[in-house]
Design a protein around this ligand. Structure first.
Ligand SMILES: Nc1ncnc2c1ncn2[C@@H]1O[C@H](COP(=O)(O)OP(=O)(O)OP(=O)(O)O)[C@@H](O)[C@H]1O
Ligand SMILES: [Mg+2]
Length: 296
């Protein structure tokens, strides 16, 4: 009987999802945004997770993908133990709906797990299967946020270059800014029209954030002749460290804290100023098409 109930629940879930997908597919465009940094530990994963939760509270459907090869830890920040991992799409021929995990506040995410780099070295059959499953998220989500590791490796480079937009994190520290500069330089060298949003994390004062961001923007403009958008700044906030220890995302653990309040302002602005993704080149389909050229 238990087995039957399980099967029924599974079937219902799949029906709901396929209905949701076919309904939404018609009108929704799925943006793909990657999170990058030069230096490690600047707050990418915390940002990705809490930004996703924040957008979700604003009515956006977000799926977070943990693509930090070797150190996937999105689930840890939510105190979750995922049932399945991204690679099982290939190794066990699971469907995307089977491996989509529900985290804090029902936020859906794809857990990284180990051996992720294998995803980028697939045979043709596996690759086609993987992309076909990933493409099912087209129209299902408004936004796919991809968390990557610090710096660039072949895999993350390919993701950034295929995305609609890269949110680049740095702290005000000169070393972190210098490393962030290198990221823009390298990515820009591969793709001149890649869109960047700059986020300064751990600022001690709002004016510090704006000063650092303007300096960075100016440097990119004068040395690389490139326009960079400023996403904004997030404050240094002790409660973030505590929420990491408690394994509860700060936006949920401390919604009135300075970081949460600022994040909400940034998210509201991001949502209203949402750039239009051209149907031809962008969105999830564009991401997959570009990534297919790399993965072979
Ligand atoms: N705004 C902030 N205020 C205070 N502490 C912060 C803030 N942002 C991040 N931290 C601290 O920095 C640590 C690292 O954050 P996080 O894991 O998100 O960085 P990361 O960029 O994803 O690291 P990695 O490069 O290893 O993937 C957190 O555990 C937290 O203690
Ligand atoms: Mg991280």
């Amino acid at each position: 009987l238990d087995k039957l109930k399980n099967d029924q629940a599974h079937l219902l879930r799949q029906l709901q999802q396929s209905h949701a997908t076919s309904q939404a597919n018609l009108e929704r465009k799925t943006r793909v945004v990657t999170i990058a940094s030069g230096k490690g530990g600047v707050g990418k994963t915390n940002f990705a997770l809490n930004f996703a939760l924040c957008l979700q509270s604003l009515g956006k459907k977000v799926v977070v993908i943990d693509l930090d090869i070797g150190m996937a830890n999105l689930d840890i920040l939510m105190g979750m133990t995922p049932r399945s991992h991204l690679l099982e799409l290939i190794t066990e021929r699971k469907s995307i709906w089977d491996i989509l995990e529900k985290g804090t506040n029902g936020l859906e995410y794809l857990a990284g797990g180990s051996g992720l780099n294998q995803l980028f070295h697939l045979g043709e059959d596996d690759r086609n299967f993987f992309f076909a499953e990933l493409e099912k998220l087209q129209g299902y989500a408004d936004l796919i946020l991809i968390d990557t590791g610090a710096g660039l490796n072949t895999e993350s480079l390919q993701c950034h270059l295929s995305a609609d937009e890269v949110i680049l994190l740095t702290t005000p520290e000169p070393t972190s800014m210098a490393d962030a500069y290198s990221i823009v330089k390298i990515l820009n060298g591969h793709k001149r029209d890649l869109s960047f949003q700059l986020l300064i994390n751990r600022v001690n004062h709002p004016t510090e954030g704006m000063e650092v961001a303007s300096k960075f923007k100016l440097a990119i403009l004068s040395f690389l002749n490139k326009e960079l958008k400023i996403f904004g700044a997030l404050p240094e906030d002790e409660s973030i460290k505590r929420s990491v220890l408690k394994q509860v995302p700060f936006y949920v653990a401390n919604p009135q804290g300075t970081a949460s309040v600022m994040l909400k302002k940034l998210a509201e602005r991001y949502v209203t100023g949402e750039p239009i993704v051209s149907a031809e080149s962008g969105g999830l389909k564009g991401f997959i098409r570009k990534l297919t050229r790399f993965i072979s």
